[in-house]
Design a protein around this ligand. Structure first.
Ligand SMILES: [Zn+2]
Length: 229
């Protein structure tokens, strides 16, 4: 074999393997995910959900003597920030001026970060909103009333609100857990993100302040579902 022929052979072999690798990569990208359907790659707005309280009607009456007064609408349809604010009193600390979100719910629920929980001296688990059984209690106070909550303090599990149309476009279902890559100042991939589907919901991912600070969140941060769990 002449040197030039040898070169040609080697070049062809290398080219062949490069092309094969590319073909495999392309096939991989287009291949169905483990679920049997491809993920969409669509970006999702990421909102930071700061500490807040949901009140039952009875607890709102106890604290303020009247139902909640809407101050401004939140991004999720029908939800509002109330004029009223509460003080949280824990075994180790007090937190003033905590936001109250409406409308009233069946059970009062306090959503704080792990850092805030430490300052208050409570140790709440990570839970989905509404799942408060066996969680710690806390004292809620206003200028004129006080409520001793036996349970209801949680660290909200990160989640994505979406409509049924969003869910079908993103190839996910209600209560499914997914991994989401966040494009932010300090990009991360978050696992165990709960999908919540309702025709009342607008597409948005909610994280808490600890997660937000950890990833260098700002209001332009977006997420992409990268895996189903
Ligand atoms: Zn939410």
């Amino acid at each position: 074999m002449q040197p030039s022929e040898m070169n040609e052979k080697v070049i062809n072999e290398i080219l062949g393997s490069v092309i094969q690798t590319l073909v495999n990569q392309l096939k991989g990208e287009n291949a169905p995910a483990s679920c049997g359907r491809a993920l969409s790659g669509e970006t999702i707005p990421v909102e930071l959900s700061a500490r807040h309280v949901h009140l039952s009607e009875a607890d709102a009456m106890e604290l303020f003597g009247h139902p909640l007064t809407p101050k401004r609408d939140l991004s999720q349809p029908g939800q509002f920030l109330a004029e009223e604010r509460v003080r949280l009193i824990g075994p180790k600390g007090v937190m003033d001026n905590v936001a109250v979100l409406g409308p009233s719910r069946n059970a009062t629920q306090v959503e704080i970060s792990k850092t805030e929980a430490r300052a208050l001296g409570v140790n709440p688990p990570v839970r989905m909103s509404g799942d408060v059984k066996g969680t710690p209690g806390i004292i809620l106070a206003s200028q004129s009333g006080i409520v001793g909550l036996e349970e209801g303090v949680i660290v909200a599990a990160r989640h994505i609100h979406m409509s049924p149309e969003d869910a079908s476009r993103l190839h996910v279902t209600d209560n499914e857990r997914v991994s989401v890559h966040i494009d932010s100042e300090r990009p991360v991939t978050l696992e165990d993100v709960v999908v919540r589907v309702s025709d009342q919901f607008k597409l948005s991912m909610h994280i808490d302040p600890d997660e937000g600070n950890g990833m260098g969140w700002n209001s332009k941060a977006t997420g992409r579902i990268v895996a189903r769990q």
